[in-house]
Design a protein around this ligand. Structure first.
Ligand code: NDP
Ligand SMILES: O=C(O)C1=N[C@H](C(=O)O)C[C@H](O)C1
Length: 250
């Protein structure tokens, strides 16, 4: 299939390599210096575009893809206050998009395990959860998009929690808040840790990406899956088609 790449940074380069290895054709690459190319026949000829840019540019790139009639897979994080409006546009037929805070298959399994553990822990108030995400020093946003997804899903299952917070000097954490810590260190591709602590033990769930390959491969697979579909989708929609475990994703 024909793929357009929006954002030719660390993810964009890897997506180009993996898309070609899987037999796809990259017909257009848009980076910060050629954002007018959404209007070109090359961009408009793409079956699907894949967008990994910055928190401040994702929304305009999504809208430009919709205007060009090209479905878009979006991996950029840090812009999701606008997600409900974009989702609404897709549901009204104005565009097609698949968004995920993390395209790694392993992280999406980890998200399912997180939901399961949180549902179990709802009955065990002696355990308190905490989350930590560790990423490379170039990352612009915190907490990571993945941590926000994990936190929202955990809070949704645990009656004693109603929000997430980041630690602030001098501020006592709210009793009903899940704390999310962020660490920026070297070139770490992405690590997420959820710990459930009691006075007698700690249960820890940990996902550690070894490189960005899992993210890029998942995004290309999502683009291949999105071709020919219309509406708003998530990785759960795609993955629910490949598992026999009932209720794991949707
Ligand atoms: N969902 C997931 O699985 C994953 C999500 N991410 C997220 O993806 C995003 C990108 O990550 P990464 O590739 O590592 O970041 P990079 O900084 O390496 O790449 C971003 C690229 O976008 C370009 N860019 C900036 N503005 C625009 C614009 N208006 N239109 C098109 N391109 C533009 C930048 O150009 P220039 O440098 O010239 O400004 C740069 O080449 C981040 O938000 C990150 O959190 C990352 C990995 C996995
Ligand atoms: O910026 C990154 O690099 C990553 N961003 C995503 C996030 O914010 O969750 C996904 C992955 O962890 C890498």
């Amino acid at each position: 299939m024909k793929i357009a790449i929006i954002g030719y940074g660390k993810m964009g380069h890897l997506i180009e390599t993996i898309a070609k290895e899987r037999g796809n054709k990259v017909v257009c690459i848009i980076d910060a210096d050629n954002t007018d190319d959404f209007n070109t026949p090359e961009f408009k000829s793409a079956d699907v575009a894949i967008e990994f840019t910055t928190p401040s540019t994702a929304v305009s790139n999504i809208l430009a893809s919709f205007a060009a009639g090209v479905p878009v897979v979006v991996g950029t994080t840090g812009w999701t206050d606008s997600l409900p409006d974009i989702k609404d546009m897709c549901e009204k037929g104005a565009g097609t998009m698949l968004w995920a805070s993390n395209f790694s298959i392993g992280v999406n399994l980890f998200m399912a395990f997180n939901r399961y553990v949180a549902a179990v822990m709802n009955d065990f108030p002696e355990y308190s959860p905490e989350m930590t995400e560790i990423h490379h020093i170039h990352k612009l946003d915190h907490p990571s998009g993945t941590a926000i997804t994990l936190a929202d899903e955990l809070i949704g299952k645990v009656d004693r929690l109603n929000r997430w917070e980041e630690p602030q000097p001098g501020k006592t954490p709210n009793d009903h808040a899940l704390m999310i810590n962020h660490v920026r260190e070297g070139e770490v591709p992405g690590t997420h840790i959820i710990s459930w602590d009691s006075s007698v033990d700690t249960i820890t769930l940990r996902h550690e990406a070894k490189s960005r390959v899992g993210f890029a491969l998942g995004a290309v697979k999502a683009a291949e899956w999105l071709k020919g579909r219309k509406g708003f989708f998530s990785m759960a929609d795609m993955l629910s088609e490949v598992t026999h475990t009932k209720g794991l994703f949707v």
